[in-house]
Design a protein around this ligand. Sequence first.
Ligand SMILES: NC(=O)c1ccc[n+]([C@@H]2O[C@H](COP(=O)([O-])OP(=O)(O)OC[C@H]3O[C@@H](n4cnc5c(N)ncnc54)[C@H](O)[C@@H]3O)[C@@H](O)[C@H]2O)c1
Length: 345
Amino acid sequence: MKSKILVTGGLGFIGSHTVVALLQQGYEVVIIDNLSNSSIDVLGGITKITQKSPEFEKLDLRNKEQVKEFFEKYPDIQGVIHFAASKAVGESVENPLLYYENNLSTLIYLLKELSRKNSANFIFSSSCTVYGQADKLPITEDAPVKEAMSPYGNTKQIGEEIIRDTCKVHPHFKAISLRYFNPIGAHPSAEIGELPIGTPQNLVPFITQTAIGKREQLSVYGNDYPTQDGTCIRDYIHVMDLARAHVVALERLMENKARENYDVFNLGTGKGSSVLEVINTFEKVSGQQLPYKIVDRREGDITAAYADTQKANDILGWKSQESLEEALRSAWTWENRVKEKDAIQ
Ligand SMILES: NC(=O)c1ccc[n+]([C@@H]2O[C@H](COP(=O)([O-])OP(=O)(O)OC[C@H]3O[C@@H](n4cnc5c(N)ncnc54)[C@H](O)[C@@H]3O)[C@@H](O)[C@H]2O)c1
């Protein structure tokens, strides 16, 4: 039996796909989630795919005492992947304290418990948002961290700093921050996928919800950016590729392969796609005509961001494998599955 891994936020979008990847590699998994942005049904989806049942603790990581009790109950946790956080940029502007509390106190309580152990391996969900509008594309990990454009983005920057400082004084504490570009898609079985609560903030769930008829029209925020077709460019990465990267990163720490006890890696495909390219590709793979209109730019949107993935390729030995077509196809299959499930309920 391989090691026991704690996945916080393991019923969320990226967490659930990573739990599947871990279980399929033979790891034991314990999930912590407070269900603030996920459903308990996801557990059934994970079990259906893997034929395994991860342990689940419904716990709010803001509760310091309960976090302590959790580690007393599970003293044999060998690695932690920390996804749990609030992630809506707009909401973070309206309610910054909620974001600072949920994204930073949870991190601090986990690190406090882990830094007491003889050894700890920690993976943190960071984001390409730390780069803001980078001066050079593609973006390398050496690109300067720019002033955050939202409290959400700031929690990722501060989170990384908290981990880096913890690693400095606890040499037995090993950590990696993974800076995701734009995760999309779903497990090919369509048993799990992205379940945005309320109006989606991200392009792909907005596209699939519009195509299925939940939303009237897609708004494209600006077509006057200095890009080939005037719309913003992002690096869309399949969530299955992302899930695999977490397993590889954790193994690097657990197998003592890392030279430094703290490191950061970009996780992207290295390829930028414009909003119109994503729409056209979606129309091609789904056979759906997507109603959309061009509206004004949205405040805080940067022009273009895509990853230089050399470091992850060379050091982690990880490379994205799935195409934009495949990612959009899986997102569309998932949206249809959600509709079927909604119709039954
Ligand atoms: N999805 C993206 O586009 C994206 C991009 C970059 C970084 N990230 C980061 O990746 C991580 C996972 O993102 P996701 O898209 O899977 O989000 P998600 O909302 O689907 O998953 C987060 C999970 O954490 C849980 N959670 C939140 N606060 C909690 C708390 N206090 N205690 C216990 N559980 C709690 C939620 O219920 C949810 O299941 C987040 O840290 C997010 O900031 C996401």
